[in-house]
Design a binder for this molecule. Structure first.
Ligand SMILES: Cc1cc2nc3c(=O)[nH]c(=O)nc-3n(C[C@H](O)[C@H](O)[C@H](O)COP(=O)(O)OP(=O)(O)OC[C@H]3O[C@@H](n4cnc5c(N)ncnc54)[C@H](O)[C@@H]3O)c2cc1C
Length: 332
C-alpha cells in the first residue's frame, strides 16, 4: 500500500515539476520557411514539459513567425527583426538570447544540433556559466538527458545540475512536432543593440538543388571514394532522381573535391536517418557510420566483401558500382 502511495506521490511530483519548466526554442529558418529541425526541437521541448517559447530572429521573418504561431504546443513566439540578424551570425544572435533569458527566466534553452546552434549555444552557455549538453538523443526528465558520445559509439545518460539547461538535440531522434493546432501569442523580443563589431555579414552563396534536403530526405544515396571522380557522381544523381532522393557523400569524396562539403555525412558532417540509405563505394569507417547508422534500411554497394559497411547494412551487394548503379537506375 505504502509503495502505491509513494508511486502516486512520485508521479504527482514529477507532473508538477514538469509544469514548472519553461523552454526557449531557438528557431532555424530563412525568414520565409522553417528548417524542419525546429519542429524536432519543439518536440524535444514538449518532452521536458512546461511552457514553450520559440525565438525567431531574422529580417522580415513574418512568414516563419506565422507558421510557428500555429505550431502545436507553443505558448509564445518572440520576434526579433533587425538587420543585425542578417546571415544569423552567432555574435549577434547570442546577446539576443541572453536578453530573452534575462527577461523570461527560462529553465531550458534548446536548439537543433546544427552548424547554426553549434556556433550560438556554446556562447550562450559560456555567458550563463553553465555547461551545454550537446547531441541529446533522448529526454528522460527535465534534468536527465541521453546523448551520443564518441562518434555514436557510446550512449551517455547524464543529470545536469545547472540551473539553466542549454541543450542541442539531434533532429533524427525526435519526431517533428505538428505545425497545426496551436495558437501561440506573439510578442517582441527584448530590444537592444545587437550589432557586434566582431563580425559582419557580407553575403552568402547557397547551393541550389531541386533534390530534397539531405537531413530531412526520406531516401539518401551517398557516394564515397569508390566513385573515383566528381563526374562519376552523375551515376548517383541519376539514381537519386528516380528515387526522389537526396545525395550525400563520405568525407573522402568531399576531401578529394568530388562534391561540395555540405554533402558530407558523418561525425563531422550531417547526421541523417532516412527510411532508406544507399551507400555506394563507401567503406563504412566509424566516422561515416556515426552520421547514418540510424537509417531505417541501409543498402551497401561495394566491390570488397570485407568492407565494414556490410556489417551495418540490411542489404549488401558485392559488385562493381560502375556496373551495378546504372543497372539499378535502368530497372527503376
Ligand atoms: C576526426 C575525423 C572525422 C571524420 N569525419 C568523417 C565524416 O564525417 N564522414 C565520413 O564519411 N568520414 C569521416 N572521416 C573519414 C573516415 O575515417 C574515412 O576516411 C572515410 O569515411 C572514408 O571514405 P570512403 O568510405 O569514401 O573511402 P574509402 O575508405 O577509401 O572506401 C572506398 C570504398 O569504395 C570501394 N570501391 C572502390 N571502387 C569500387 C567500385 N568500382 N565498386 C564498388 N566499390 C568500390 C572500396 O572497396 C572501399 O570500400 C573522419 C575521420 C576523422 C579522423
Amino acid at each position: 500500500m505504502l509503495s502505491q502511495y509513494s508511486r502516486q506521490f512520485a508521479a504527482q511530483f514529477s507532473n508538477q515539476l514538469k509544469r514548472l519548466q519553461s523552454t526557449l526554442v531557438i528557431a532555424e529558418h530563412n525568414n520565409e520557411t522553417l528548417s524542419p529541425i525546429t519542429q524536432n526541437a519543439i518536440s524535444a521541448a514538449k518532452k521536458i514539459g512546461g511552457e514553450i517559447t520559440v525565438l525567431v530572429a531574422g529580417t522580415k521573418c513574418g512568414p516563419a513567425v506565422e507558421k510557428l504561431s500555429k505550431a502545436d504546443g507553443v505558448k509564445r513566439v518572440l520576434i526579433a527583426e533587425s538587420d543585425a540578424f542578417k546571415g544569423f551570425i552567432a555574435e549577434n544572435v547570442t546577446p539576443l538570447i541572453l536578453a530573452s533569458q534575462k527577461q523570461f527566466n527560462f529553465t531550458h534553452i534548446l536548439a537543433g544540433a546544427t552548424a547554426f546552434s553549434k556556433a550560438v549555444l556554446p556562447r550562450v552557455a559560456a555567458k550563463l556559466d553553465v555547461s551545454p549538453v550537446t547531441d541529446v538523443i533522448g529526454i528522460k526528465s527535465a534534468d536527465t538527458f541521453v546523448r551520443s558520445i564518441y562518434a555514436g559509439n557510446a550512449i551517455q545518460t547524464l543529470t545536469a545540475n545547472d540551473k539553466i539547461k542549454v541543450l542541442t538535440i539531434r533532429g533524427t531522434n525526435f519526431e517533428p512536432s505538428s505545425l497545426e493546432g496551436g495558437s501561440a501569442g506573439s510578442e517582441k523580443a527584448p530590444e537592444g543593440n545587437y550589432t557586434s563589431d566582431l563580425s559582419t555579414f557580407i553575403g552568402q552563396e547557397l547551393s541550389k538543388s531541386d533534390r530534397p534536403e539531405l537531413t530531412s530526405a526520406d531516401v539518401v544515396v551517398s557516394g564515397g571514394r569508390g566513385l573515383k571522380s566528381g563526374e562519376n557522381f552523375k551515376l548517383l544523381y541519376d539514381l537519386a532522381d528516380k528515387l526522389k532522393a537526396a545525395v550525400g557523400a563520405s568525407r573522402a569524396a568531399v576531401d578529394a573535391g568530388y562534391v561540395p562539403n555540405d554533402m558530407q555525412v558523418g561525425q563531422t558532417g550531417k547526421i541523417v536517418a532516412p527510411d532508406l540509405y544507399i551507400a555506394v563505394g563507401i567503406s563504412g569507417a566509424i566516422q561515416h557510420l556515426a552520421g547514418m547508422k540510424d537509417s531505417k534500411t541501409i543498402v551497401a554497394i561495394n566491390k570488397d566483401p570485407e568492407a565494414p559497411i556490410f556489417q551495418v547494412s540490411d542489404y549488401g551487394l558485392v559488385a562493381d558500382l560502375f556496373k551495378a548503379v546504372p543497372e539499378l537506375t535502368g530497372k527503376l
